[in-house]
Design a protein around this ligand. Structure first.
Ligand SMILES: [Zn+2]
Ligand SMILES: [Zn+2]
Length: 342
């Protein structure tokens, strides 16, 4: 089979083709694993973090890719879910231990043995890949291969953030930052909570326009005060100012959920302005989102089919993976980038 492989970590502005096309034997599914013929694999910012060494694969070479859609063409010994010939998706969670306290309470995203697809195990930038059958999810028929891929990462993580908001219909919601995850979360929120006003805070007028087209009740800049205090806000920005602004915008008992893998140090000094009365008092709370669980992926796919949620995608060939990554890093075009293999 053909695969795109990362041999060593490097900065994308220094090495423009960090992934190398290789011919290698097809993987063989072990006990409880299935073999997928990959038809599409999404390209994610996390791959740039892997390539540039911020979350490097523990072993190299490694095949990236964690938003994988494919057909199960072979089952390993002991498979019992009957996935053969089914179209399935694979997400960031490639496996978890299944035995620790987090796994046992359904928070396998926090498992100390969490293994990430395309970082800790070979992912979907390849014709074939293997994964435990319990970590492969049938894709609803209403969703095409290409449009399913962003749902497996931005969609599922966004769904998790929305769940952690513990919102009920009618409560007001906010989104600060409006990127790949934000525009999917807005559509999920509008469907799940039809009587809730969703306010979007974004620096760019183009993003604010897009949010309004998708049904945001109000849009403003990062620090603009919303028309009324909000019951929950999801932050997807890499900065700290939006965190402070969001804490201030929360109603009593309000929840801020940070859905960002890391925060940059650039404006960290604004935290010195954290004021107990303005930002925390009256039982405001703050939490973060890490990884995804299988349940998040399954529920996101089900919800996406129901809405229906059809992310905009731009397709690239497998050999164009480097080009797709560079274009993603440049951030020029709206819509998810997807490698189309079939
Ligand atoms: Zn991702
Ligand atoms: Zn575990």
């Amino acid at each position: 089979m053909q695969a795109m492989r990362l041999d060593r970590t490097s900065r994308l502005d220094v090495v423009e083709e960090p992934l190398r096309s290789v011919e290698c034997p097809d993987p063989i599914p072990a006990t409880g694993e299935v073999l997928l013929r990959v038809s599409a694999c999404g390209v994610c910012h996390t791959e740039i973090d892997e390539i540039e060494g911020r979350t490097p694969p523990p072993r190299l070479p490694m095949t990236p890719g964690h938003q994988v859609v494919g057909t199960v063409v072979r089952e390993g010994p002991g498979c019992r879910r009957g996935l053969l010939n089914r179209r399935v998706g694979v997400a960031w969670i490639h496996s978890a231990c299944g035995a620790c306290s987090w796994c046992l309470e359904g928070r396998e995203n926090l498992c100390p043995d969490f293994r990430a697809c395309g970082r800790d195990a070979p992912g979907g930038y390849a014709d074939y890949m293997v994964v435990g059958e319990d970590f492969a999810y049938p894709i609803p028929r209403a969703i095409g291969d290409l449009e399913a891929t962003p749902l497996l990462c931005a969609g599922a993580v966004g769904y998790r953030a929305l769940s952690l908001c513990q919102a009920v219909n009618g409560q007001s919601l906010g989104l600060t930052g409006f990127g790949a995850s934000g525009h999917l979360v807005l559509q999920m929120a509008r469907h799940l909570y039809p009587d809730s006003a969703v306010c979007v805070f974004a620096r760019s007028p183009a993003e604010r326009d897009f949010a309004e087209q998708l049904g945001a009740a109000w849009t403003g800049d990062t620090t603009d005060p919303p028309p009324r205090p909000l019951d929950a806000i999801i932050d997807t920005t890499p900065a700290w100012l939006p965190v402070l602004a969001a804490m201030q915008a929360l109603a009593p008992g309000g929840r801020l959920v940070i859905n960002a893998i890391r925060k940059e140090a650039g404006d960290q000094d604004v935290l010195a302005g954290l004021d107990y009365d303005r930002h925390l008092w009256r039982e405001k709370s703050l939490s973060t989102v890490a990884n995804v669980t299988r349940r998040d992926v399954v529920e996101c796919l089900r919800l996406a089919a129901e809405i229906p949620l059809k992310p905009h995608v731009t397709a690239y060939g497998l050999e164009q993976a480097n080009e797709a990554l560079l274009s993603l890093k440049a951030g020029a075009i709206r819509g998810a980038k997807v490698l189309q293999l079939l």
